[in-house]
Design a protein around this ligand. Sequence first.
Ligand code: MOS
Length: 764
Amino acid sequence: AIQGAMQKAIAAAPDSWMPGGTPDPLIREQHGHTGKPVSRIDGPLKVAGAAPFAAEFALEQMTYASVLFSTVARGRIATLDTVAAERAPGVVLVMTYHNAPRMKPMPLFMSTSKAGGGNDLPILQDPEIHWNGQPIAVVLAESQEQADYAKSLIAVTYERADAMTNFAAAKAAGTEPGEFQGEPLKLEIGDAEAALAAAAHRVDHVYRTPRHNHNPIELHAATVTWEGETLRVHDATQAVAHTAWSLAQIFGIDEKQVRVTSPFVGGGFGSKTLWEHQALAAAASKLAGRPVRIVLSREGVHRTIGGRAMTEQRVAIGAQADGTFDAIVHTGAITMSRHSATPEPFIVQTKSAYAAGAFKLDVEQAFIDMVANTFMRAPGEAVGTFGLESAIDELAVALDIDPIELRLKNEPAQDPTTGLPFSQRAVEQAFRDGAARFGWADRPKVPGSRREGDWLIGMGVATGTYPYYRMPGGAARITLDRNGHATVGIAAHEMGMGTATAHTQVTADRLGLSLDQVTFNYADTDLPGVVLAGGSQQTAAIGAAIVEAQRELFAELLTLAGNDSSLAGLKPHDVFGTRGGLAKLDEPDRYESYTSILSRAQREAVTVEATPPDPLELQHWSMHSHSAIFVEVRVNAVTGEVRVSRMLGSFDCGRILNPKTGASQFRGGMIMGLGLALTEETMFDERTGRIMNPSLAEYHVPVHLDVPAIEVMWTDIPDPRSPMGARGIGEIGITGVGAAVANAVYNATGKRIRELPITLDKLF
Ligand code: MOS
């Protein structure tokens, strides 16, 4: 039946990148805009302070929220005295489980196509405590300062219960198999342990990565008000439609009664979804009968917004003397909250990165009482590549083979675990081009052999990879008016990565318009589509919807053009948009402008809305973005301080739609990788389950002085199986960086660090 449905879908889409179809002919067209380094259209607004973020919407009668967090990991509230807080200056109300409106738990992310909640726990409905940091009270006041002060007057006592807050104890208590997006995080091909034991050469080590917390510069925030029975949310989110639907479930109202907009977002990285704070603000607003602005403190973000789970990964590779892999074992455990949708799937990249005779992959979950962990840029691959790509470097040392050559030796001809053909894969070119530009030939051949004063210098390399995804649910509306201006609407998101700019370019090209003839509207639940800015798939999801809407539009325009047009008799796939009108593909003189078509038809405008076909390409091809990451480090021989002095990312991600915003995506990802490699670590007190460094002063992300000049380059080979020829570029940048830094540290010092972050105490 699945095959039949697929064949039908294929037949319905003969002219597309879809299975059975031919690649979109426009992929290779040299248009005016796509592929050009167009500056972000939101840039001037941001520089001028004219781009409103979630906490910047001024509403009459606004109140300000401050959230109190539990200080124990398990148990129940014994006493909760809010009298002093209620009497404090400016306080409007204090909301606790005693007086909060009835709310259902958040629908857990991915439990349905529109569910967007970070956990599925009761929200302020009972005295039970599930993690250290859980919201237990909200103060509303006339100013933020008054709310924060009043919160300090609330007195709480707890009846404590035993909590599981220690990784080793949680593992000993028994683990459960992980699952990600409905797929088990377990895969065995052949007898990998036997092949490993029989292999001529092997490496077999355990790699550890710590917890990470999200730290987008814009704090999680929402401005919320009830307009009659309608809930209006100005949110900072990567998922407007998911958030609206989920809030409707929480309050038991119709989805159409919730409107969420999010025109600008100051970074998300997987964290800007639905958590307690939006629901708490809506509930408090209901109680007060006034609008509420909620801005989590940095501490609040650490306590209530999930982060990346801790991992402990065994990576073992068995190989022949020439480097051919006989077996890859990648197994281990992660910490996991019982109320989380997202285990850290650290084996994902290992499924498709290298050919091998046998595979054994497994992620086990060890359950801990902590804030629900969630997506954080390249969940899985960011830390999974640290294990895998460190192990490959260790094997290269053992075999005395150049680490790039060892990787290329095991470059798979087709997907090694599914057998599917790759849609496009130029890993070798990415390595060769990157090596030449970086000067890889100049790498010290003997670890610890290059020294300038107190500084030991080394180079390292790693492969980065992230899958291509395209989630169903995309839809786009295009309105084309008689002046030849197109307005695109889709409920997608701009978090600063250039979405609006890239899709203005794409739309202008597909319709044959200039950039100022296109308006791209987004991040509003009044617009069509259920689109997540996540999984590096938003560009493909939007692009597929725009392609489909453009086809509908051309069909509509050809109908309106009728028999009096030079386009008479042509089908949508016979024409293309050019010079503000339509022309026949191989006969561009057969042309009529949009203004002429609409004027003759006596129409002011034409509007179409379309939904793209389901992402069947994912069932027919193995599709992944790749990179070769090169790093040069300087390690102080006295103090052990590690400084990354050069980085280069050579990417193979299909067609790059905008080299300017694309380069920023790559660089930003690599900088986040630098934090992962050297500084980022959530200090979690395993006795109490409390996060001890919930501030940017103590949780260290890279600052300018930590970041060297970063070069980025790319193959720019269009993927014939993705809309616009593009694969994702949002998450790939962070992948591979941890291992490339660790491998460079080894090359500089001869010391192998198998636990992130690489702080100086681990070196000498
Ligand atoms: Mo990304 S972690 O899917 O926002």
